[in-house]
Design a protein around this ligand. Structure first.
Ligand SMILES: C[S@@+](CC[C@H](N)C(=O)[O-])C[C@H]1O[C@@H](n2cnc3c(N)ncnc32)[C@H](O)[C@@H]1O
Length: 175
């Protein structure tokens, strides 16, 4: 399933409803760890792999790691190909991907981050916080029956390789 929210409380509700005790979770945009704390309590027998590119995250996330044994933090820009390449080599057993780059953040970037990370990690569930994407799905209609029951798009179900995501190369080169 893919759940989209804008309201922070709804994003947290989606976590409570979808994250299980043994899940391994990737959290993209953890900031100072408010949502990471919730996730780490929900998946006590799994691991939360939290990412953020803000130096502001470093100290609070270090403190959180000391408090919760199942939290790993990486200071990195998730748009970079090498970040996903390195992570997917280390960990290929992800159940849930949570993405919050800022609720009002460019929906195109948020969608691309979701598409690329979920195509490679193949989570059971993706939870995304973004106003533009909520607006888009609520405003659009289609007569075609195309959908996925997983946390990634049905068009990514084949064996997608990072090297084959040409868009990612173009993107990374310009960062
Ligand atoms: C609204 S905050 C996340 C708040 C957090 N989910 C919570 O509920 O406490 C958005 C975060 O996304 C991070 N972010 C934005 N673009 C990013 C990128 N390209 N790579 C990694 N982190 C990014 C920002 O640094 C910021 O800390």
């Amino acid at each position: 399933m893919i759940h989209i929210s804008y309201d922070r409380r709804q994003y947290q509700e989606d976590m409570i409803e979808n994250i299980n005790l043994f899940d391994n979770v990737v959290e993209i945009g953890c900031h100072v760890g408010t949502s990471t704390r919730i996730i780490s309590r929900l998946c006590q027998d799994g691991t939360v792999y939290a990412f953020d590119n803000s130096p502001e995250s470093v100290k609070p996330m270090e403190q959180l790691k000391n408090e919760y044994q199942n939290v790993e933090f990486t200071l990195a820009d998730v748009r970079r190909q090498e970040v996903l390449t390195e992570f997917s080599r280390k960990c290929d057993d992800i159940d849930v991907v949570c993405i919050d780059l800022g609720g009002g953040y460019h929906p195109d970037t948020v969608f691309k981050v979701f598409f690329i990370w979920s195509s490679i990690l193949k989570p059971r569930v993706s939870l995304i916080r973004n106003r533009g994407l909520a607006d888009f799905i609520n405003t659009s209609t289609t007569t075609e029956d195309i959908s996925s029951t997983e946390g990634f798009l049905s068009s990514s179900s084949d064996n997608v390789k990072i090297e084959s995501l040409d868009e990612l190369k173009l993107w990374t080169r310009n960062l």
